[in-house]
Ligand binder design. Sequence first.
Ligand SMILES: *Cc1c(COP(=O)(O)O)cnc(C)c1O
Length: 383
Amino acid sequence: MFQSSYIEISKSALQHNINFLKQEIGPDVQLSSVIKGNAYGHGIEPFATLAQQCGVNHFSVFSADEAQRLLHVINQPATVLIMGYLDNAELEWAIRQELEFFVFEQDRLLAAAKTAKASGKKAIVHLELETGMNRTGFEENALEEAKAILQEYEEHFILKGICTHFAGAESMQNHERVTRQLQLFREQVTKLKADGFTAAQLHTASSAATISYPQSRMNLVRVGIMQYGFWPSPETYSYYMSQREQKHDPLHRLINWKSHVMSLKHVAKGDYVGYGTSFQASRDMVLAIVPVGYSWGYSRSLSNHGHVLIKGQRAAVSGIVSMNTLTVDVTDIPSVAKGDEVVLLGKQGDQSITVASFAELSTQLNYELLTRLPMNIPRLVVA
Ligand SMILES: *Cc1c(COP(=O)(O)O)cnc(C)c1O
């Protein structure tokens, strides 16, 4: 079946980024590939398969359903860590599958203890500490309870990790808060150690912290956005580049979102194009209709603002983006024909439509834009 659009995922770009990240963190720090949010829109299944081929053997997901999707496609031994949502009813499954998971409240910890005891298999847990993000994590006063549970059910747990998450390491604005979090984390780890609770892996860093706070890397880094070739923020990119000699972006984007010209339309000067009157032809024009609209995640706010690439040239979105189509101006691009490739996001020739430009215009963060790429657009792996 022909699809109105598809998303290409580049294997060589991923290999390049993984190599870069591994080189950056060195051999003593483990890389966990964060694939929540449908692998930041790249598709858990194709992405994880590629990541394994590129030497990744540790994955972090948000929830049990993502872990399940991952387990279906991995074909080499890998560690799977659930960082967020896991219903108590799913604990037995998770423990049986030897999945690792965050514990950040007494309820889950106790349920895990009881489930592990009943199933005769150890729960492999990462104790998440509250250090200032105020999302999930044991607060200091709740740690007493947690320690009591860990102690009581000692033989049913492997305390694999102790971890926390920063409240915005991608912005210097949060510098004080992040530094404070790091300090609190260290203090709490020290106290836990004094009480006999140690873990093989201490981890706190996401992409931004990995770059901007190398001291936060510890034993493992949980890297999401950078594997896909994007920086957590322009600030993180500038910071990284300011430390280096080389002046080119060390990351490569994996994603190219493509469609094709569905139909061509000639309009006369003065005609309105699309819904309403927001676009009036300033001259006789040739328009290309592309079978992608906001129902496919192409934001309506890109109406009269966005660009696509056709024949290696930029073509402006003309008129309102509709549910299933958008219209672009190809008047100045010679001999555009039905079926010609259209790049919505990514490269064509030496031109590119970056997520940043796309996201800025549609006021989305690159994270948001990527993860909102609909699941039902097919993902194709390319070299
Ligand atoms: C999403 C997430 C990460 C990865 O963040 P990036 O900025 O994409 O690298 C790491 N840790 C936790 C707990 C997360 O939720």
